[in-house]
Design a protein. Structure first.
Length: 231
């Protein structure tokens, strides 16, 4: 069911790009896809901190990453439209790469520093044009509870664009869809949105220092007590 739903909604999204080349319709379909998956598999979702995003500015979102279900969770419940900065290898996969390109998502080649720098510059321009960007700065899904070191790409994009860097913590998705599994389990997950960290174009703040602050904020959000109220 997980794969079938994803394939069907992906095909619909790809077709929609023939109507809307800016990606807005595709994002709405992706939002419906994410919410549909959670509803079908009885996954309860709570979003905390959404009020911090009410000023309408484009942001750079940076989140921890546990599970394959993190991406549909973000599309379904992050309350603003965004594009994803994802590993370049996905663009080499037939159908998926074309879909990502048509939707306006951006690749990052972490194996080639020169290309990665160009990818960051391209993402910053997209943010300056009014499009928010989502980055998973750990560079991939965690295989244990131990946090992976955050890469500095999200901080560089925020500094170059002058956009706020928004820490996000995902909680509960590993239990719902463990690494290596395609069996989505009922359960409860939380999307915890932190206060935006302000930046300015060309400011002297080091991307390393900003990444340290981001890492600390995501860790703080991740350690908040789970919601104990009704699902």
């Amino acid at each position: 069911m997980l794969l079938a739903t994803t394939a069907a909604m992906g095909a619909l999204s790809l077709l929609s790009s023939l109507i809307d080349s800016r990606g807005g319709l595709q994002h709405r379909i992706a939002r419906a896809w994410g919410r549909m998956l959670m509803a079908i598999f009885l996954v309860r979702v709570r979003v905390r901190g959404a009020a911090s995003l009410q000023d309408g500015r484009a942001c750079v979102f940076a989140s921890n990453h546990f599970s394959l279900i993190d991406t549909p969770l973000m599309f379904g419940f992050l309350p603003v439209p965004f594009r994803v900065l994802a590993r370049a290898g996905l663009w080499q996969i037939p159908f998926i790469g074309w879909h990502l390109n048509r939707a306006g998502h951006l690749p990052v080649d972490r194996q080639n520093p020169r290309r990665a720098a160009r990818n960051v510059a391209q993402a910053a321009r997209k943010v300056q044009s009014g499009r928010s960007i989502l980055v998973f700065p750990e560079g991939g899904r965690r295989r244990s509870d131990q946090a992976r070191r955050f890469k500095t790409g999200a901080a560089h994009i925020a500094i170059r664009s002058g956009a706020p860097l928004v820490p996000v913590a995902i909680a509960g998705t590993r239990a719902v869809l463990p690494p290596g599994s395609w069996h989505l389990r009922p359960g409860a997950v939380e999307l915890r949105i932190g206060s935006p960290i302000e930046t300015a174009p060309g400011e002297a703040r080091s991307a390393i220092d900003l990444t340290r602050r981001l890492t600390s904020e995501v860790a703080r959000l991740a350690e908040l007590p789970a919601y104990a109220g009704p699902g």
